[in-house]
Design a protein around this ligand. Structure first.
Ligand code: ADP
Ligand code: MG
Length: 608
């Protein structure tokens, strides 16, 4: 039997080291805690310096409120915080920190120096802690604000040190984190220095759009559409990139909850659902989303680093995100909202293609300014501004005479391209188009599918589905499962323009099709539709087919059977696609167009 051991209270240094395991996972966590403290201190300037991915040194300096000597000494104690007083405050906390742990935990696993001064006093204080032991406290000459240096992280916790990844990996984590705060606080000047080299240098007092331009490349910024919706107490704002820019993981989804970088599984699902029919499988959209809700509706105290949060009313949050994103995606031209984005008040409604299409045409109500949280505007987007082409860039290469003339934009200001010129066909199937911003490769099949899909849905919504009688009505024999699905949905099919009736067991008579399909085998169409709809599931329609699913399947079949376009037809297709609601993907999520901007070409040719 094991020897009985006495219970004893742990030493503070031991407790801090254990706690450090939760708060300080890696160098980026130290950066996070220190930057948050600087923000909580009201800093307008935060400078971060990193050496060797943070293993050697992490230094964060701010010009915030600073600390008196007493406070500086207290700050490195466990559970010492100025941000809350009792448990009720936790429910309403708006500051980044409140647990009072970081400045106790970090010094317990590093060599730590803190220098701080309040503006009213002539001098400041320096506190040095090594491995949790206070080594020195002295007067220090320093500017108002606080500077923290963390050296040799985990030097006294070999197990942890071993888990540190390569300098490069740790640096990526730090940069990603820095980016999050830089996004959330465009008004704060921030810099990041890596091994003595400046990485980011962001000026203070910026609007969000200016900061976006500093942080991301131009083509991404141009594809962003503002998101702005409030339903009840929950508001979602930010930007959604066009479905054409997708990524292989969620790293380009910047989520903030009450302005804290944070996440919740629910948010990820909601984003994915909003882009569902617009993205290829396994791809993720780029979004920058700020969710704002009363602090008592979200529990940030689930995770020591406050990374994961829990919502009191998850359903509501989910609905707002989906409605907000969908409306944003349907605003074709990235609209430039003024400094504060408009927050339309709207009752939650069930989302169907119908409501989405309606949302697109609904004018956005007047703006409302939230002084504590401005969402500055994005500049106009030349990609979709529908401008005629700009003068050719230098050096001037004469265009060949025989190139076709520019076609006029269909509806200026709405489309992904304005004027365009059809250059030809490559690989016997893709159209090559020149626009004012670059070159577009277009897949006519995907484009055609998108257009048919929208025509079917629009016709259905407006109850103006035109139907065209078949010269020779066809009888179609289905499997029992397929037949059953068709039977349950005969009404829906009829309202979409199908003339269809039961004709004995598992057999149907089709005598009309939606007019937009043209000539088509009813036989193939019905069978493919039944199979496709069955495969893709009927969950959304609650056992019934949904309009979308039927339309999607129908379009696929229709398009597969015809694809020999004349030149006028091609032009028409390009024009029509430009004015589609969602021009960038087919209803199954494959891209309709691949775009290469002149900028990108210049870069690839080494001219930039
Ligand atoms: P928390 O942020 O959860 O309160 P910390 O351990 O991170 O806990 O910090 C403890 C306290 O030290 C804070 O509540 C704050 O009063 C003070 N403090 C920390 N960093 C700074 C800073 N950069 N400027 C001013 N005060 C700071
Ligand atoms: Mg803190």
């Amino acid at each position: 039997m094991a020897e009985r051991k006495q219970i004893r209270l742990l030493d503070d240094t031991v407790i801090n080291k254990i706690a450090a395991g939760e708060v300080v996972e890696r160098p980026a966590s130290v950066v996070k805690e220190l930057v948050e403290n600087a923000l909580d201190a009201g800093a307008t300037r935060i400078d971060v310096a990193i050496v060797e991915g943070g293993r050697q040194l992490i230094a964060v300096e701010d010009n915030g409120c600073g600390m008196t000597r007493d406070d500086a000494l207290l700050s490195v104690e466990r559970h010492a915080t100025s941000k809350i007083r009792d448990i009720h405050d936790v429910e309403n906390v708006m500051s980044m920190g409140f647990r009072g742990e970081a400045l106790a935990a970090i010094p317990s696993v590093s060599r730590f120096t803190l220098r701080s001064r309040v503006a009213e006093e002539p001098g400041g204080t320096e506190v040095i802690v090594e491995g949790g032991r206070m080594v020195d406290v002295r007067d220090a000459g320093c500017p108002p604000g606080t500077a923290v240096e963390v050296r040799n992280l985990f030097y006294n916790v070999p197990a942890r040190r071993k888990f540190l990844r390569s300098i490069q990996t740790e640096t990526v984590h730090i940069r990603q984190l820095f980016l999050m705060y830089a996004l959330a606080f465009p008004e704060v000047g921030m810099s990041l220095t890596l091994d003595g080299r400046p990485d980011y240098q962001l000026t203070a007092g910026l609007e969000m759009d200016e900061r976006l331009h500093q942080l991301f490349d131009r083509s991404l910024v141009q594809s962003l559409r503002p998101v702005s919706l409030r339903q009840g107490d929950v508001a979602v704002r930010g930007y959604a990139a066009s479905p054409a820019c997708h990524r292989s993981d969620r790293n380009s989804q910047y989520i903030f909850i009450n302005r804290r970088p944070a996440s919740a599984a629910l948010v990820g699902y909601a984003i994915q659902q909003s882009y569902e029919s617009l993205l290829p499988k396994g791809r993720y959209p780029v979004v920058i989303l700020f969710l704002d809700l009363p602090p008592d509706r979200v529990d940030v105290n689930v995770h020591p680093a406050k990374k994961e949060v829990r919502f009191r009313t998850p359903q509501e949050v989910r609905d707002v995100i989906i409605a907000g994103l969908t409306a944003a995606l349907l605003q074709r031209a990235p609209v430039a909202p003024a400094a504060a984005a408009p927050i339309p008040e709207q009752k939650p409604e069930t989302l169907t293609v119908g409501t989405l299409l309606k949302a697109a045409s609904r004018p956005l109500p007047a703006e409302r300014r939230t002084p504590t949280f401005p969402y500055p505007r994005l500049g106009p987007d030349p990609v979709s501004s529908g401008k005629p082409p700009a003068a050719p860039a230098q050096p001037h290469i004469p265009r060949r005479e025989e190139l076709p003339p520019w076609a006029e934009p269909p509806q200026a200001s709405k489309s992904p391209w304005g004027a365009f010129r059809l250059l030809g066909v490559v690989g016997t199937k893709y159209l090559v188009i020149e626009t004012s911003d670059g070159m577009v490769l277009l897949d006519p099949q995907a484009a055609h599918e998108r257009l048919l899909f929208e025509r079917l849905i629009h016709g259905y919504e407006r109850k103006k589905m035109e139907s065209q009688g078949l010269l020779a009505p066809e009888t179609v024999q289905l499997t029992p499962a397929e037949a059953n699905a068709v039977k349950k949905n005969i009404e829906l099919l009829e309202s979409m323009g199908f003339g269809i009736s039961e004709f004995g067991s598992d057999t149907f008579l089709v005598d009309a099709l939606p007019a937009c399909f043209g000539e088509l085998s009813a036989h193939t169409l019905l069978r493919d539709m039944a199979a496709d709809v069955e495969r893709s599931g009927t969950s959304r329609g609650g056992g019934r087919w949904s309009v979308e699913a039927v339309a999607r399947a129908a379009c696929r079949t229709a398009v597969h059977s015809k694809m020999n376009l004349t030149e006028p037809e091609m032009k028409r297709l390009v024009q029509d696609l430009a004015s589609a609601d969602m021009p960038y993907t087919c209803p199954h999520g494959r891209p309709t167009v691949i775009f290469m901007s002149f900028n990108e070409m210049d870069r690839k040719f080494g001219k930039k």
